[in-house]
Design a protein around this ligand. Structure first.
Ligand code: ADP
Length: 596
């Protein structure tokens, strides 16, 4: 239903009240006026009658009945009224309008009865003689203390009503003027009452739209002024509370978006309510697209969906391990807590996902490493133990066997030594990497290459392998010479190990842009593509037996990789079966090379 404006509720009521008041006053006044006027006319008629009465009394006493009629006609015409003289027996003896002989006996007329009884009689009734409403006033005509007749004065009511109508018209005109004035004044008053309310309504609408800085005018009227004040205060408080809530929300958002953990919240029906940026990244979705939609539509992992259902059903926080299998496997530790409102009623659930993939991978690497180390150490130890026992069992007494076995024991001990040496080297490099404490020095690259060649010279000579150096004498770079020499020794030793005798190993260095590349190339059997990715892992070998036979530890390339990383660079391999191998250490250099 359409609501009426206050103005149109107030105004018609005013008008109705005023109209009713004016009409009832007018009605009452008209009646009172009519009565007053009729009384006045009656009094006037009586007064006139009293004036004439002595003359009539004399004429009756003198039995001049004819003259009475003439007098009635004469005076009646002069006074614009009708005068009738009636004898006590009811006969009419004089009348202004008619011939008395023609008139009825008037003894039954109420006013005549009153006058004959000695009272003034008044009556308003229809005159059959004149055929109209008349007002009659009678007085007794006395002579010598007895009533000798009745003197009746009368006026037609039309005459009286004409006079009254003039007054009525004036009253009606006055009423119309009063009604118009009241209508205008009450419209102004109604507007004055309703317009502040209209302004308050507009202000309240602005508040509802969020314009809480708007200030309502404080009106002079006590109640409306107080209401405007109260509304202004309410808006100011709301504004402050909203600002506080916004600040808290921004802080929460900042905390949530800077969190590494993925966080999302659902309502009791499992519809997504919010999600932080980490969760958006984890599930590759945007909260704007999925807000309000069921979690099933956004996340396609049954374990996680079951976890959300369990969280919503449980009263206490729960925890679980979940694996997301998408492009690559992700391990997550998930915490779920029920969300409650201020009255402790459950309104949804908050789920925090901690991505522990890196930690799990590191744990796996560490586990594999320990297993590998144990295995690598166990093999030579078992061998040493077996030969020592054989020697103790009597082989010691056979000089040829004893020598052979002791040589094997020595070789295995060397292997153990090599493994521990390499492990220690790796540990040292890792430690310096963690503590950022490698010393860089500006050195001639060719000096490092020559030093590495010197270390490998013997092994190369044993296999009759030629070491070829190719490096500009003037090439300088800032690096840790000991570590780079160690990496080069590892690469050159590998090249010698896995090459046929009488071949050549080429060691070269050059700078392109801000990059120094040191390459070790051989003419050996080469390495198939499928091994390239894992070559630099600890203990990875293409051919385990061959590596062991050649005294390899499986750690050489891992050490090279770590040294390169420590310098901010990397190591790569370019090799194919039958085409030899090239290992390239790529190091960034901040300044262009300085030539001397
Ligand atoms: P290892 O001590 O066994 O040589 P590395 O880490 O130095 O261990 O090398 C890992 C593996 O890479 C070796 O076992 C070998 O199979 C392969 N490899 C390394 N260098 C060469 C090379 N120059 N030619 C062919 N294979 C190589």
């Amino acid at each position: 239903m359409r609501k009426k404006r206050l103005l149109w509720q107030l105004y018609p009521s005013y008008i109705v009240i005023v109209l009713l008041s004016i009409l009832s006053v007018t009605w009452y006044a008209s009646i009172a006026l009519r009565e007053f006027y009729l009384d006045q006319v009656a009094a006037d008629l009586e007064a006139r009658s009293i004036l004439i009465e002595p003359s009539v009394s004399k004429l009756i006493n003198d039995h001049e009945l004819k003259k009475i009629d003439s007098l009635a006609k004469e005076l009646g015409a002069a006074a614009s009224m009708r005068i009738t003289v009636i004898l006590p027996d009811g006969r009419v003896t004089g009348d202004t309008e008619n011939d008395p002989a023609q008139m009825d006996n008037h003894s039954d007329r109420p006013e005549v009865i009153d006058a004959l009884a000695g009272r003034t009689g008044t009556s308003i009734r229809f005159s059959y003689t004149l055929n109209q409403q008349m007002m009659y006033v009678t007085i007794p005509v006395e002579s010598g203390g007895s009533i000798v007749g009745v003197l009746r004065s009368s006026l037609p009511l039309t005459f009286i009503y004409k006079a009254l109508n003039v007054i009525y018209i004036k009253i009606v005109f006055g009423c119309i003027v009063a009604i118009i004035l009241v209508a205008v004044i009450s419209l102004i008053i109604s507007k004055r009452i309703s317009s502040p309310l209209v302004e308050l309504k507009r202000g309240a609408e602005l508040f509802a739209k969020g314009d809480l800085k708007h200030k309502l005018r404080v009106f002079a009227s006590y109640e409306i002024g107080a209401l405007a004040n109260a509304m202004n205060q309410m808006a100011a408080e709301l504004d402050e509370r909203i600002s506080t809530i916004e600040l808290q929300r921004n802080e929460q958002n900042a905390v949530l978006s800077s969190m590494v953990e993925s966080v999302f919240a659902v309502d009791m029906a499992g519809n997504l309510v919010s999600m932080n940026q980490a969760a958006e990244r984890l599930f590759s979705i945007n909260i704007k697209d999925v807000r309000g939609r069921n979690i099933q539509e956004a996340v396609r992992n049954s374990d996680l969906l079951n976890f959300v259902v369990r969280t919503l059903e449980s009263h206490d926080p729960i925890e679980d391990d979940i694996t997301l299998k998408e492009d690559d496997e992700r391990f997550l530790i998930v915490h779920g807590t029920i969300l409650r409102n201020s009255s402790r009623k459950s309104i949804g659930a908050l789920v925090v996902l901690n991505d522990v993939t890196r930690i799990r991978r590191l744990e796996n690497i560490r586990r594999d490493f320990v297993a590998n180390v144990s295995h690598e150490i166990k093999t030579p130890l078992t061998s040493i133990k077996a030969y020592v026992e054989t020697l103790l069992d009597g082989a010691m007494n056979r000089p040829d066997d004893a020598t052979r076995f002791l040589e094997i024991i020595a070789r295995q001990a060397d292997r153990l030594n090599a493994i521990t040496e390499d492990l220690l080297t790796l540990a040292r490099i890792e430690q310096s990497g963690k503590e950022h404490e490698i010393l860089m020095r500006d050195v001639k690259v060719t000096d490092i290459m020559q030093a590495a060649g010197q270390t490998c010279k013997m092994k190369a000579a044993e296999k009759n392998i030629q070491l070829i150096f190719d490096c500009d004498e003037s090439l300088h770079a800032s690096l840790n010479p000991q570590l780079i020499e160690q990496a080069l020794v590892n690469l050159v030793e590998n090249a010698i190990k896995y090459s046929e005798p009488k071949s050549a190993v080429n060691i070269s260095a050059n700078i392109a842009g801000h990059r120094l590349t040191i390459a070790v190339r051989d003419e050996g059997g080469g390495i198939a593509k499928e091994h390239h990715g894992r070559l630099f892992e600890r203990f990875y070998r293409v051919d385990k037996a061959r590596s062991r036979k050649l005294g390899g530890t499986g750690l050489g390339l891992a050490i090279v990789k770590h040294i390169s990383k420590l310098h901010g660079g990397d190591v790569s391999v370019d090799s194919a079966p039958g085409k030899g191998s090239a290992f390239l250490i790529n190091l960034p250099i901040d300044q262009p090379p300085i030539f001397h």
